[in-house]
Design a protein around this ligand. Structure first.
Ligand code: ZN
Length: 150
């Protein structure tokens, strides 16, 4: 098990050091801001949707390693998914980090996102991991409000 934990930790560290899709999409039709006052994480998520497919996802912001890695891995995972697949992944990810469910069930698999399975042991870190997902959801729903974890 420790090998797997090391692998997961490495993945998170790598995505924190070299975040993927960390850029703004100028003129993105859908965007939202998120803030986690508990940790100080701030993130803006940009989403491009074509038909019912998430064509592009990117983010900007500053936060701790967990929130940055979560944003990076989320952007990779959601690109090319349909909106319903994206919503399914959101639910699965939330279940994973809150420890409510660890089954993959139907729909898209968590894949690399399972790296966050250990986060549930650190309740304060759960919000760091989920902030960007809630923010993505707000962008998708085109809610023009800042998402706060509090
Ligand atoms: Zn944080």
């Amino acid at each position: 098990m420790s090998d797997i934990n090391d692998l997961y930790q490495e993945l998170i560290l790598d995505h924190n050091k070299r975040p993927r899709n960390c850029r703004r999409i100028d003129g993105a039709a859908r965007m939202a801001e998120g803030y986690n006052p508990l940790c100080g994480d701030r993130v803006t998520v940009f989403v491009e949707v074509e038909g019912d497919v998430v064509k592009d996802v990117s983010f900007e912001g500053s936060g701790c390693a967990i929130s940055t890695a979560s944003a990076s891995l989320m952007s990779e995972s959601l690109k090319g998914k349909t909106i319903s697949e994206a919503e399914c992944l959101l639910r699965k990810f939330h279940g994973l980090v809150t420890g409510k469910t660890n089954e993959n069930g139907e729909g898209p698999t968590l894949g690399k996102l399972e790296a966050f399975s250990g986060v549930g042991r650190f309740p304060a870190r759960v919000k760091c991991a989920t902030l960007v997902w809630h923010t993505f959801n707000a962008a998708l729903q085109q809610k023009n409000e800042t998402v706060s974890t509090e």
